[in-house]
Design a protein around this ligand. Structure first.
Ligand SMILES: NC(=O)C1=CN([C@@H]2O[C@H](COP(=O)(O)OP(=O)(O)OC[C@H]3O[C@@H](n4cnc5c(N)ncnc54)[C@H](OP(=O)(O)O)[C@@H]3O)[C@@H](O)[C@H]2O)C=CC1
Ligand SMILES: Cc1cn([C@H]2C[C@H](O)[C@@H](COP(=O)(O)OP(=O)(O)O[C@H]3O[C@@H](C)C(=O)[C@@H](O)[C@H]3O)O2)c(=O)[nH]c1=O
Length: 262
């Protein structure tokens, strides 16, 4: 029998990519995609009745507050979605026996470790976005037994949303010179690869519930990534890249964001 899979936050870069890849051609899965206007995860009663009316086998939660800079200024908005909204989802999943696949972030770590982070490493977020995402993880672990928390890093889509990849392309078209930081190292992750991994969790029933790390394999600085993006798009001759140690931001970011995939 087909499995019913709900995808929340479907208008974001991950939600749109899962839709594009799997909504029509994935044998064995019946997807329901809902955007925030259809299902707001912060509206608890609504959410719980939606789950009870539809009965899903899995919920892939792509809904999140992802503006790392703005989260420093209005952290309550980040907590409302990334912590309280996720708690509501976990409760809805518990009540309806739905397996939750939730996406979390490298920013739950402080970045002081000298090696890649494993799923068991101690968390210690250094910005409000990371703190709110960690609180979401804690709620899930407290409420559910049947869940996957997939931590990923430096997610980008070439087609959808606001991400570093698309920001650099846009900037390269309008600016003569770009200053890019070498202060952080991480693994940029193509949202297509993450989408495939997420769906593989549903297909491979032997994978254990709990926290998993998934990122693309190549570690680099944001400067290196910008260089690759320009090359990829034949824009290297259009704009000069300048290495900077610090790029001024509101939020602190972990120096080492590399996740060890198991
Ligand atoms: N982007 C990144 O670099 C990384 C992301 N992640 C995690 O991956 C997941 C997917 O991220 P990504 O696709 O990039 O995020 P996006 O910001 O592209 O998408 C988030 C989606 O969530 C929706 N949303 C916001 N609030 C609510 C709400 N209350 N109820 C329902 N939907 C809501 C947004 O809708 P609207 O736009 O209408 O507000 C948007 O469609 C997130 O959990 C994120 O934390 C992890 C590591 C890296
Ligand atoms: C745009 C820009 C950014 N930077 C710096 C700022 C920052 O240190 C780093 C990354 O910038 P961004 O603000 O684009 O990326 P940021 O929003 O920090 O990306 C993060 O998003 C959240 C949602 C996650 O979960 C993380 O995994 C990570 O992908 O690059 C430059 O040095 N030059 C630039 O021109």
């Amino acid at each position: 029998m087909n499995k019913n899979v709900l995808v929340t936050g479907a208008s974001g870069q991950l939600g749109k990519t899962i839709h594009e890849l799997f909504s029509e051609n994935n044998i064995g899965l019946d997807f329901t995609f809902v955007i925030k206007q259809e299902l707001d995860i912060t509206r608890r009663e609504n959410l719980i009745s939606f789950f009870n009316q539809n009965m899903f086998d899995y919920c892939i939660n792509c809904a999140a507050y992802t503006n790392v800079e703005q989260a420093e200024i209005t952290p309550e908005s980040a907590y409302k979605i990334n912590a309280e909204g996720v708690k509501n989802l976990a409760e809805a999943c518990k009540e309806t026996n739905t397996i939750l696949i939730h996406i979390s972030t490298d920013y739950v770590f402080d970045g002081e470790k000298k090696e890649p982070y494993t799923a068991d490493d101690v968390t210690n977020p250094i910005n409000e976005y990371g703190k709110s995402k960690l609180q979401g993880e804690i709620y899930i672990k407290d409420i559910l037994s049947n869940y996957f928390i997939v931590r990923t890093s430096w997610l980008y889509s070439k087609k959808y949303g606001n991400n570093f990849y698309r920001t650099i392309i846009n900037k390269a078209k309008t600016e003569k010179q770009l200053s890019i930081t070498t202060e952080q190292i991480g693994c940029p992750t193509d949202v297509v690869n993450l989408s495939n991994y997420i769906v593989s969790l549903i297909h491979q029933e032997s994978i254990q519930f709990g926290i998993h790390h998934f990122s693309d394999k190549k570690a680099m600085t944001w400067y290196d990534f910008a260089e690759e993006i320009l090359k990829d798009n034949n824009l290297s001759s259009e704009v000069k890249l300048v290495m900077v140690k610090k790029y001024r931001t509101f939020a602190r970011r972990p120096k080492n964001s590399v996740l060890k995939n198991l």
